[in-house]
Write a protein that binds this ligand. Structure first.
Ligand code: FES
Length: 104
Protein backbone atom coordinates (compact mmCIF):
# COMPACT_ATOMS: atom_id res chain seq x y z
CA UNK A 1 0.00 0.00 0.00
CA UNK A 2 1.22 3.46 -0.93
CA UNK A 3 2.08 5.51 2.13
CA UNK A 4 1.87 9.29 2.21
CA UNK A 5 3.41 11.51 4.89
CA UNK A 6 2.20 14.98 5.78
CA UNK A 7 5.11 17.40 5.29
CA UNK A 8 3.56 20.86 5.36
CA UNK A 9 0.41 22.91 5.66
CA UNK A 10 -0.88 24.24 2.35
CA UNK A 11 -0.96 27.77 3.75
CA UNK A 12 2.80 27.66 4.37
CA UNK A 13 3.51 27.11 0.67
CA UNK A 14 1.78 29.86 -1.31
CA UNK A 15 1.80 29.73 -5.11
CA UNK A 16 5.25 30.61 -6.41
CA UNK A 17 7.09 29.46 -3.29
CA UNK A 18 9.40 26.55 -2.49
CA UNK A 19 10.22 24.59 0.63
CA UNK A 20 12.99 22.20 1.62
CA UNK A 21 11.67 18.94 3.07
CA UNK A 22 13.49 15.99 4.59
CA UNK A 23 11.33 12.87 4.45
CA UNK A 24 12.97 9.93 6.21
CA UNK A 25 16.40 11.11 5.05
CA UNK A 26 15.40 11.92 1.47
CA UNK A 27 15.74 15.64 0.81
CA UNK A 28 13.16 17.11 -1.50
CA UNK A 29 12.12 20.46 -2.83
CA UNK A 30 8.42 21.25 -2.66
CA UNK A 31 7.33 23.68 -5.36
CA UNK A 32 3.96 25.38 -5.66
CA UNK A 33 3.66 26.35 -9.30
CA UNK A 34 0.60 27.43 -11.26
CA UNK A 35 -1.80 26.13 -8.64
CA UNK A 36 -0.20 22.69 -8.26
CA UNK A 37 2.29 21.33 -5.76
CA UNK A 38 5.26 19.27 -6.96
CA UNK A 39 8.03 17.44 -5.11
CA UNK A 40 11.42 16.84 -6.72
CA UNK A 41 14.92 15.95 -5.54
CA UNK A 42 16.44 18.77 -3.54
CA UNK A 43 19.86 18.27 -5.09
CA UNK A 44 20.73 18.89 -8.71
CA UNK A 45 22.01 15.92 -10.72
CA UNK A 46 24.86 18.06 -12.05
CA UNK A 47 27.03 18.83 -9.01
CA UNK A 48 24.67 17.77 -6.22
CA UNK A 49 24.02 21.33 -5.06
CA UNK A 50 20.71 22.42 -3.54
CA UNK A 51 18.22 23.88 -6.00
CA UNK A 52 16.06 25.88 -3.60
CA UNK A 53 15.44 29.35 -4.94
CA UNK A 54 15.87 28.34 -8.57
CA UNK A 55 13.59 30.08 -11.05
CA UNK A 56 10.54 28.08 -12.14
CA UNK A 57 9.02 28.90 -15.51
CA UNK A 58 6.43 26.84 -17.35
CA UNK A 59 7.04 23.78 -15.12
CA UNK A 60 10.81 24.01 -15.61
CA UNK A 61 13.04 24.46 -12.56
CA UNK A 62 16.33 26.20 -13.36
CA UNK A 63 19.11 25.21 -10.98
CA UNK A 64 20.44 28.41 -9.36
CA UNK A 65 24.06 27.27 -9.75
CA UNK A 66 24.72 26.58 -13.44
CA UNK A 67 21.18 26.86 -14.86
CA UNK A 68 20.43 23.24 -15.73
CA UNK A 69 16.70 22.87 -16.31
CA UNK A 70 14.39 20.10 -15.04
CA UNK A 71 10.72 19.49 -15.76
CA UNK A 72 9.13 19.43 -12.28
CA UNK A 73 6.33 17.15 -13.52
CA UNK A 74 8.60 14.20 -14.37
CA UNK A 75 12.15 15.24 -13.42
CA UNK A 76 13.46 15.07 -16.97
CA UNK A 77 16.46 17.18 -17.93
CA UNK A 78 15.52 20.09 -20.15
CA UNK A 79 18.88 21.81 -20.49
CA UNK A 80 22.62 21.34 -19.86
CA UNK A 81 24.93 21.13 -18.02
CA UNK A 82 22.98 18.35 -16.24
CA UNK A 83 22.42 15.17 -18.22
CA UNK A 84 20.74 12.93 -15.62
CA UNK A 85 17.08 13.25 -14.67
CA UNK A 86 16.09 13.92 -11.08
CA UNK A 87 13.44 12.04 -9.08
CA UNK A 88 9.93 13.30 -8.57
CA UNK A 89 7.56 12.21 -5.80
CA UNK A 90 3.79 11.86 -5.68
CA UNK A 91 2.08 14.72 -3.86
CA UNK A 92 -1.39 14.84 -2.35
CA UNK A 93 -3.08 18.01 -1.11
CA UNK A 94 -6.05 17.33 1.13
CA UNK A 95 -7.80 19.24 3.90
CA UNK A 96 -5.14 21.96 3.79
CA UNK A 97 -2.27 19.50 4.23
CA UNK A 98 0.47 18.55 1.77
CA UNK A 99 1.56 14.91 1.81
CA UNK A 100 4.29 13.14 -0.15
CA UNK A 101 4.60 9.50 -1.05
CA UNK A 102 7.40 7.90 0.89
CA UNK A 103 10.41 7.05 -1.30
CA UNK A 104 11.08 3.30 -1.57
S1 FES B 1 24.69 22.18 -9.73
FE1 FES B 1 22.83 22.45 -10.83
S2 FES B 1 23.47 23.02 -12.81
FE2 FES B 1 25.31 22.71 -11.72
Amino acid sequence: MVQFYVVAAEQDLPDGSQMHVDLNGTEMLLIHHQGEVFAVDYYCSHEKLGMEGGLVENFCLHCPHHSAGFDIRDGSVQSAPAWEDINTYLVKVEDGLISIQAPE
